[in-house]
Design a protein around this ligand. Structure first.
Ligand SMILES: Nc1ncnc2c1ncn2[C@@H]1O[C@H](COP(=O)(O)OP(=O)(O)O)[C@@H](O)[C@H]1O
Ligand SMILES: [Mg+2]
Length: 228
């Protein structure tokens, strides 16, 4: 079980306090959503979890260790941040093979992840011609190569059509039911309401509310109250 633990983390960019004394732990085997308006500090937090941004203070660990100290990071954490870049001249399959080989992962996994994200039919096509939704699926497939127990997704529904969003919801649910953990960020309330078990509401770099989503309770009222 890979739990993310964030303890009293702050990060400023110049005068902007992007993240301000943030603490939380993600529940394992659940889909946790990080909800908040644009600029709330969601992406910065995810980047700190992945060791891409260094906090000014506080500590961030994944499964008890800083991300950069993980022995086999791709096997423990799969991540999709905003606007993943792919070589436009590679096919989806060639991209996945290259990543698998570079990371020392079994190349046989490529076919499996293409099936998982429903991209098998486009596997031989060059990424140059992919829609945003197809790129999102390919980024997700890349994150799944190492069969990680934890998935971190930054605004994964961006660029997906309603069918794609429904598909993503089903995919994440099945993934969590298998005992894996998911941390997903979003600024879209309705999306979070449909996808998450547990919600953290972030505004201006601070955690305003955190708790399980229960049927019948209005996330919208809560959100407007704490982050509106
Ligand atoms: N690399 C950076 N340089 C300067 N400011 C940044 C940088 N990254 C984020 N910020 C600022 O930090 C705040 C939080 O941004 P971000 O974490 O991207 O929020 P969110 O993902 O919730 O929209 C914003 O005010 C943003 O402009
Ligand atoms: Mg963001």
């Amino acid at each position: 079980m890979t739990t993310i633990s964030v303890e009293h983390v702050s990060k400023s960019f110049g005068k902007v306090a992007a993240v301000d004394d943030l603490s939380f732990e993600t529940p394992p085997g659940a889909i946790t959503a990080f909800l908040g308006p644009n600029g709330a500090g969601k992406t910065t937090t995810l980047r700190m979890i992945l060791g891409l941004v260094t906090p000014d203070s506080g500590s961030v660990t994944v499964g008890g260790r800083p991300y950069r100290d993980l022995d086999r990071p791709l096997r423990q954490v799969g991540a999709v941040l905003e606007a993943t870049a792919f070589h436009p001249g590679l096919s989806a399959e060639a991209h996945l093979r290259a990543v698998a080989i570079a990371a020392g992962l079994d190349v046989a996994r490529v076919g499996q992840v293409l099936d998982l994200v429903d991209l098998r039919e486009a596997a031989r096509r060059k990424v140059r011609g992919f829609s945003l939704g197809m790129r999102q699926r390919l980024a997700l497939a890349t994150a799944l190569l190492g069969e990680p127990g934890l998935l971190i997704l930054d605004e994964p529904a961006n660029g997906l059509d309603p069918t794609g969003i429904r598909w993503l919801r089903g995919f994440l649910r099945a993934y969590a039911v298998d005992g894996n953990s998911v941390l997903v960020s979003s600024h879209v309330l309705a999306e979070v309401e449909q996808i998450a078990d547990h919600v953290m509401i972030l505004a201006a770099g601070r955690l305003r509310w955190s708790g399980p989503l229960t049927a019948g309770s209005s996330l919208e009222e809560l959100y407007l109250e704490v982050a509106g």
